[in-house]
Write a protein that binds this ligand. Structure first.
Ligand SMILES: CC(C)(COP(=O)(O)OP(=O)(O)OC[C@H]1O[C@@H](n2cnc3c(N)ncnc32)[C@H](O)[C@@H]1OP(=O)(O)O)[C@@H](O)C(=O)NCCC(=O)NCCS
Length: 181
């Protein structure tokens, strides 16, 4: 069996694949942040129980073992505070995207910026990616600030690219290539 994913980001921050016994902590985190997360994430209303989180964690473990997508917890001072991951690791074009969400009360410490920097480096160094993409709703300024802060290039707006609670929103695309300075 493959070693569970784990990446030390700093003295206070670790990214790690969640285990099944973290289903309740994951559910509580979503439950405490429902209204705030729902503004930008379409899946939030579909998470209604600890069991829903358990199924998702099991899927994340299978995906990791298959070498496909990575969806992992962000831990700040030992506490689960959000989720971050890659999608598209198996693509032949060596292209993946990074997505994230964070507990509202844990914002403002640079946790996601640091985790995204570390995962981008990991994508280039370990998975030999050529291109890492970050997508964010055009009006999601806090999310857009992350790729902007770490030197991703703004490549443009994909019009109507995300369906969010009854309407299509425009999405900003940022990318970094392995050869970018
Ligand atoms: C988008 C989201 C992850 C951003 O969270 P965040 O806390 O602003 O991001 P970070 O953890 O990187 O922290 C950055 C903040 O910490 C500050 N900061 C403090 N120390 C820092 C450091 N060492 N490095 C970087 N930033 C630091 C930054 O100035 C910034 O604060 P500001 O917004 O007041 O300028 C969060 O708002 C969220 O989960 N929103 C809901 C879901 C969502 O929109 N997900 C993204 C979908 S595309």
């Amino acid at each position: 069996m493959k070693e569970p994913f784990s990446l030390v980001v700093s003295d206070d921050i670790i990214i790690a694949l969640r285990t099944e016994d973290e289903a309740e902590a994951t559910f509580n985190l979503i439950e405490n942040n429902r209204a705030y997360l729902q503004e930008w994430l379409p899946w939030v209303p579909h998470v209604q129980s600890i069991n829903d989180c358990l199924h998702f964690i099991r899927q994340n473990i299978r995906d990791w073992e298959d070498g496909a997508d990575l969806t992992a917890g962000m831990y700040y001072k030992g506490r689960l505070v959000g989720i971050i991951g890659f999608h598209g690791l198996l693509k032949p074009h060596k292209y993946c995207s990074i997505g994230y969400w964070l507990d509202e009360a844990s914002q403002g410490h640079g946790i996601v910026t640091k985790c995204t920097t570390a995962l981008t480096r990991y994508a280039f160094d370990v998975h030999k990616m050529n291109r890492v993409v970050i997508l964010a709703g055009v009006n999601n300024s806090k999310s857009r600030a992350i790729p902007e802060r770490i030197g991703f290039k703004f490549e443009g707006v994909m019009r109507g690219a995300q369906y969010l609670y009854g309407k299509y929103i425009d999405v900003a695309m940022y990318a970094r290539l392995k050869d970018d300075l």
